[in-house]
Design a protein around this ligand. Structure first.
Ligand SMILES: C[S@@+](CC[C@H](N)C(=O)[O-])C[C@H]1O[C@@H](n2cnc3c(N)ncnc32)[C@H](O)[C@@H]1O
Length: 458
């Protein structure tokens, strides 16, 4: 549907119909493959929700996405049909209805059912009776639909309770054991904290905190990273906030900020960031370098380079040169040139599942198992760009050991000229080294891996 038409469908007078917007957004994510965070942001900026509506909309969309496996199991049981045999629109209306009935105490059951029926009248060809029947039936059959009654195995039970694919639960159990797996699973279902980095090139955390408080935001300075702020509540759209527009803040997690601390670039350094887009760490390094020196930032995707250019402009960074470049085939002119080389490889992203609740359903084990080979090749090539006495930093946003310790250990075996250093000692918070794995449920930030190596003369 074109944007104008959709706009008029979603609005009644000045108010946006939040549930209708949620169904449309869910369809774009689940049927059309849109990324949840991007679709959500588009709706929020397009429809100018009130703060209350924005929170409800976000809760509905993310809530349904997180609990998709259990909601779908209920739909299959209640309709007697596989999801694929139902219309995509009806599936989203049922998911949303069941989510409200089962998880949102503050929504009266009658409202959850009636609003779903209204949606079905508006969006389907005569399936409102079917939706009504399924949802009312779910009320009558609560016991039969309980997780205990529905799960056929312990792994399936955990998968329903924690809304994660069974294969991932099995993987974490075998890598980390039961306690850590449980911690990780419940972290995945918590609402992510909103974290901003204060751009120290133009502002200080103290000034920004005080300005935000005056504007009615609730915000705290992070206890882990000095320039990080935890935004507890805000007014209006984040994108339109003055601090975002003027480049005094940018959104990124504390774990992501930890990487630049381990790189420890100094003003005047020559830095290579070879998997750089969208540039969160590049711009943070530029700030730590006080915008003095050089950062060569590469990425394989040209459209992301444009995004980084805009990011650099907004954040008043002028020391970054951007190139579209495959990190496995860096030019020879890069060899032995850089003081610091950051290799923030493409990875499975299992450490950022909390922020992207749709990701858990998109991941595939086979694709994950193929990653270490590419990561190893990127690291191998990038290592040549480090000058003697310089540092090579390898990072991922995953807690998958094969992509982390696995890749680095294999690299070190082949390269005695690289010595592992203790990354933990460079961080402004307590954690264990020498290679650092930030575990979300313990460190209260995204799951990241960071290793720092020094190149010696042999
Ligand atoms: C984890 S993300 C980097 C995040 C980035 N460092 C930041 O802090 O914003 C990995 C990036 O590697 C890029 N990439 C994937 N394969 C690559 C390759 N062979 N060479 C260079 N970049 C690659 C992807 O486009 C993606 O932007």
């Amino acid at each position: 549907m074109d944007t104008k038409k959709q706009d008029s469908v979603l609005r009644t007078g000045n108010r946006v119909n939040v549930r209708l917007a949620a169904v449309r957004a869910l369809l774009e994510i689940n049927r059309d493959g849109g990324y949840a965070n991007i679709v959500l942001q588009q709706y929020i900026s397009q429809y100018h929700f009130t703060d209350v509506d924005r929170r409800f909309f976000t809760e509905l969309v993310y809530g349904v996405i997180r609990r998709r496996n259990y909601l779908d199991a209920m739909i299959i049981k209640l309709t007697g049909r596989p999801i694929k045999k139902l219309s995509a629109m009806v599936v989203e209306i049922l998911r949303l209805g069941l989510y409200q009935l089962w998880y949102l105490d503050r929504v009266p059951h009658s409202a959850a059912v009636n609003e779903s029926v209204k949606l079905a009248r508006k969006l389907t060809r005569g399936l409102h009776g079917f939706v009504n029947g399924v949802l009312r039936n779910s009320e009558r059959r609560r016991e039969e639909l309980s997780i205990e009654a529905m799960a056929n195995s312990e792994a399936q039970r955990w998968s329903y309770v924690y809304n994660q694919p069974e294969w991932l639960i099995q993987r974490w159990l075998s890598e980390y054991g039961e306690d850590t797996t449980l911690g990780l699973l419940s972290w995945c279902n918590d609402n992510p904290a909103l974290i901003a980095r204060v751009n120290t090139l133009v502002a200080t955390p103290e000034v920004i905190v005080s300005e935000m408080e005056k504007a009615g935001w609730r915000v705290e300075q992070s206890t882990k990273i000095p320039e990080a702020l935890r935004i507890l509540s805000h007014r209006g759209s984040l994108e339109a906030a003055k601090w975002v527009k003027e480049g005094s803040i940018t959104f990124m997690d504390e774990a992501s900020m930890a990487v630049a601390y381990v790189v420890q670039p100094k003003p005047g350094d020559k830095v290579l960031d070879c998997c750089a887009a969208p540039g969160g760490k590049t711009m943070h390094m530029a700030a730590l370098m006080q915008n003095k020196g050089t950062i060569v930032a590469n990425d394989i995707h040209s459209h992301k380079i444009e995004l980084m250019k805009q990011n650099a402009q907004r954040l008043h960074v002028s020391i970054v040169s951007l190139y579209e470049q495959d990190a496995t085939t860096l030019p020879e002119s890069y060899d032995n040139v850089f003081d610091k080389v950051l290799v923030d490889v493409p990875c499975s992203g299992l450490g950022i599942l909390q922020k992207k609740p749709d990701m858990r359903w998109r991941k595939e084990e086979k694709a994950i198992d193929a990653l270490p080979e590419l990561q190893g090749r990127i690291l191998e090539r990038a290592a040549k760009a480090v000058k003697t006495g310089g540092h090579l930093i390898y990072s991922t946003c995953t807690i998958n050991k094969a992509e982390n310790e696995g890749v680095v250990t294999a690299f070190l075996k082949e390269h005695p000229e690289f010595i592992i250093e203790d990354a933990a000692t460079l961080l402004p918070f307590e954690t264990k080294g020498p290679m650092v794995t930030l575990m979300p449920h313990k460190d209260e930030m995204d799951g990241f891996f960071i290793a720092r190596m020094r190149k010696e003369v042999l």
